[in-house]
Design a protein around this ligand. Structure first.
Ligand code: NAD
Length: 481
């Protein structure tokens, strides 16, 4: 039974779209049509921004509520989402191929945790603070919400990445226009349902599904005060240019090509590290921005690392994303599978040695599957080591000593994630301090709302989450009292 919709969530209600265009959604696992939703038009974006503007400017509205009142409303939203976690997981898995073994937890529950974390921040952050003047007397520092936020998210973790934006933005008193990707639009209807059930005021959240042109229209809209973007580096550059010209605040969470640095004392027993290795490398079929896809292996244990990584990849059950036994599902679309297959061909033609996968799995004819794939003897300067593949493909790269490993890790345009694998905490510290990146994991990689999230270099500008999550959606006003 397809999940089909004919209205948009704007101004706190379901409204008729202003254009007949529709987005057809297909199962990543079978290619079958599983639903449809209206594609928002520019006129719909205008209406959504106007609703968000009105909700923000209302003198008795959301932005003027006491933080505790906003916190209570957000806590209700967290509860409503929690009760819909399974359904959100199912829809995300059907659309983008994330295994159902993961999606109710990742996509269903991460937003719940994120909202509860920012509600906790609200309790400890006064909006107005009196502080002593340096030159004698006193002054007042106010934290005011930045305004109407345009939030644009990709398809790989649609609900999680949306929550990284709307949760702190709403906590700060901002209002939001959210643009989901066309690949994952069905889950946004469950989210809208939760917003309604939580009783958030009209216009505080508005949803406009559509593609990149619609995103570009939202970014430059005159009534948007801040843009929060997660997606590719190429799109991030275009958005940064527009926001630079408009002097519009923007946060950019972009691509990655992170290094998993295996030190020579690392435990390579898959029975012990398999789950953590999965979390750090191939989770969500490799469609993960922070994944450690460059495995840096010490020359002294090179063959052992190659064998371990190849055995690990080959052991992961590949199948329909809705099958609970699946750990590697399909890629989101035919286009994405073609792209991944081109990279696999390029790896082979550039001289890397294929040690696992490389093809399409047998018995899964309908969807966009690629076998978990491992290349050994990869040159760190080669295309497959430098470009983001966004599929289940790992490259093993040899290094001589720790300095060499750090050099290789840092020889990348990106700097989003990374991991170090060792049995010595002091050696882990030496490594994580020297890698130029926004986040690192020790013997795993598991993001948390309390940790600032974001990248350096071409992986983006700004941080989401962490203690500064709400502050990122506030402006400071000084009053010389
Ligand atoms: P994408 O850049 O093609 O699209 C992302 C979103 O931006 C979509 O909603 C799209 O419609 C919209 N968009 C595209 N071009 C736009 C433009 N010029 N102006 C406004 N909106 C535009 O990326 P994708 O293929 O959907 O997602 C995968 C990318 O996202 C990968 O590069 C991945 O690394 C990155 N990502 C980063 C993080 C992070 O936290 N840093 C997290 C997840 C994904």
């Amino acid at each position: 039974m397809p999940d089909s919709y004919d209205s948009l969530f704007i101004g706190g209600e379901w409204v008729r779209p202003r254009s007949p265009a529709v987005i057809e959604v297909h199962s990543a696992s079978t290619g079958e049509r599983i639903g449809q939703a209206p594609e928002a038009s520019e006129a719909d974006v205008d209406a959504a921004v106007a609703a968000a503007r009105q909700a923000f400017d209302d003198p008795a509205g959301w932005s003027q509520w006491e933080p505790a009142e906003r916190g209570a409303a957000l806590a209700r939203l967290a509860d409503e989402l929690e009760s819909r976690g399974e359904e959100i997981g199912r829809r995300v898995s059907a659309q983008n191929g994330m295994p159902i073994a993961l999606s109710p937890t990742i996509e269903g529950m991460t937003p719940v945790g994120t909202i509860r974390y920012v509600v906790g921040l609200l309790a400890n952050a006064p909006v107005e603070e009196e502080v002593p003047r340096f030159l004698g007397g006193k002054l007042i520092i106010r934290r005011e919400p930045v305004g109407v936020v345009g939030a644009i998210v990709p398809w790989n973790y649609p609900q999680t990445l949306a929550s990284f934006k709307y949760a702190p933005a709403l906590a700060a008193g901002c209002t939001v226009v959210l643009k989901p990707s066309p690949e994952t639009v069905l889950d946004s209807y469950v989210f809208a349902d939760a917003v309604l059930a939580a009783g958030l005021p009209a216009g505080v959240i508005n949803i406009v599904p559509g593609g990149r042109e619609l995103g570009a229209y939202l970014v430059q809209h005159p009534d948007i005060d801040k843009v929060a973007f997660t997606g590719s580096t190429a799109a991030g550059r275009q958005i940064a240019e527009v926001c630079g010209r408009l002097l519009r605040p923007v946060s950019l969470e972009l691509g990655g090509k992170s290094a998993g640095i295996i030190l020579d004392d690392a435990d390579l027993d898959l029975a012990k590290i398999g789950q953590d290795l999965f979390a750090a490398t191939l989770v969500n079929n490799g469609q993960t921005c922070y994944a450690s896809t460059r495995i840096l292996a010490p020359r002294s244990r090179y063959d052992e690392v190659v064998d371990t990584i190849a055995a690990f990849a080959s052991s992961l059950p590949v199948g329909d994303a809705l099958d609970p036994a699946t750990l590697i599902g399909p890629l989101v679309s035919e286009r994405q599978r073609d792209r991944v297959e081109r990279y696999i061909a390029k790896g082979s033609s550039d001289g890397a040695r294929l040690v696992a996968g490389g093809g399409r799995p047998a018995g899964l004819p309908g969807g966009w599957f690629v076998e978990p794939t491992v290349f050994a003897d990869v040159d760190n300067a080669s295309v497959i080591a430098q470009e983001e593949i966004f599929g289940p493909v790992l490259s093993v790269i040899g290094y001589t000593d720790t300095d060499d490993a750090i050099r290789l890790a840092n020889e990348s345009d990106y700097g989003l994630g990374g991991s170090v694998w060792t049995s010595d905490p002091e050696r882990a510290k030496d490594v994580y301090r020297r890698v130029r990146t926004g986040t690192m994991g020790i013997n795993s990689f598991l993001p948390d709302p309390a940790g600032p999230w974001g990248g350096v270099k071409s992986s983006g500008i700004g941080r989401e989450l962490g203690p500064g999550a709400v502050a990122a959606y506030q402006q400071l006003k000084t009053v010389y009292a």
